[in-house]
Design a protein around this ligand. Structure first.
Ligand code: PGA
Length: 249
């Protein structure tokens, strides 16, 4: 069975005081009918995981290094995220691809490191505005996925997130047809590469300006198994609305 996942990416937002949002989410969803993941900045992973304890929310990192240890100032190894209490890590977010010049090969190495350490890798892909306008969307996604997903991917260690760059933090959302076209395409690629058993069971998230008001219709689209949420994951009240929409999808 494909897992439904509501994932929040806090990006470079949040301090210890923000953990009150986690308390509010736990109170609102004591027994959720979907998986919930919060990826706070690295400084909060340990505190958030401890705060959640046995609760039904997973904690994740926003990036990891491809090496297990070494002279890499400022970087964090996948095993360190595990040690801090994380179960997932986002890799290849477009902000990492842009700000840190991460290539598909870098992302594949990070995803391998993550799954080797026992984390679920949430591997992101997405086209720019220019690429969409030029009609290159499916080519771009196909290339990113071929390069970024390790051969060892399984339905339990990998999640794919489709995030059109032009929809991230902009309030612009693709049409449901556009979302459906890309998600169907990703499903086809996963099945071709990993076989029906694995390819059909890897969850595919949509990300980019998901809000409580548009979540339900997005979750109705075939092959949308959840969302990767930025801005609207920072406040429990907003994220809770998205979780509720996924629970009933
Ligand atoms: P957004 O970000 O929900 O703020 O658009 C999504 C993301 O970058 O994961």
């Amino acid at each position: 069975m494909r897992k439904k996942l509501a994932a929040g990416n806090w990006k470079m937002n949040g301090t210890t005081a923000s953990l009150a949002e986690v308390d509010a989410l736990l109170a609102a969803h004591p027994a959720p009918k979907c998986e919930i993941l919060l990826c706070p900045p690295a400084t909060l992973v340990s505190a958030m995981a401890a705060r959640i304890g046995e609760g039904p929310i997973h904690t994740g990192g926003q990036d990891c290094h491809a090496e297990p240890s070494g002279a890499h100032t400022g970087d964090i190894a996948a095993g360190m995220l595990v040690d801090a209490g994380a179960s997932h890590v986002i890799v290849g977010h477009s902000e990492r691809r842009q700000d840190h010049h991460e290539t598909d090969a870098d992302i594949r190495a990070k995803a391998s490191a993550a799954t080797d350490a026992g984390l679920v890798a949430v591997i992101c892909c997405g086209e720019s505005d220019d690429q969409r306008v030029a009609g290159q969307t499916l080519d771009v996604i196909g290339t990113q996925l071929a390069g970024s997903i390790p051969d060892t991917a399984t339905a339990t260690n990998t999640v794919v997130a489709y995030e059109p760059i032009w929809a991230i933090g902009t309030g612009k959302v693709p049409t449901l047809e556009q979302i459906g076209e890309v998600h169907d395409f990703i499903r086809k690629i996963l099945i071709e590469r990993f076989g029906a058993e694995t390819g059909d069971n890897i969850s595919i998230l949509y990300g980019g300006s998901v809000k409580p008001g548009n979540a339900a219709e997005i979750f109705d689209v075939a092959n949308v198994d959840g969302a990767l949420v930025g801005g609207a994951s920072l406040k429990a009240a907003d994220f809770s609305g998205i979780i509720s929409a996924l629970e009933t999808a």
